[in-house]
Write a protein that binds this ligand. Structure first.
Ligand SMILES: [Zn+2]
Length: 81
């Protein structure tokens, strides 16, 4: 069975309808214009083994971004916004 994402606008949809926008930063990345903080936010991913906050774009549906928390091992999804 395909991995299903719960879109707040469209309901449960297959993951192939979404593009991954990557990990959400965990906050505390310094002031605007801080080059090292910007570099870390864009390029240094945590790639955790466990719950990871992510952004996904529903390109084949409502064309909106959603935020969710996905377990990187089991693909269980919760905290969808
Ligand atoms: Zn949608």
């Amino acid at each position: 069975m395909a991995l299903m994402f719960p879109c707040p606008q469209c309901g449960s949809r297959p993951f192939t309808e979404f593009w991954c926008g990557g990990e959400l930063p965990d906050g505390g990345h310094g002031a605007a214009g801080d080059i090292e903080a910007d570099y870390a936010r864009v390029w240094l991913k945590r790639n955790v083994c466990g719950d990871q906050p992510e952004r996904w774009f529903h390109h084949a549906g409502c064309r909106r971004w959603i935020s969710l928390t996905r377990h990187t091992v089991t693909n269980l999804i919760h905290d969808v916004v």
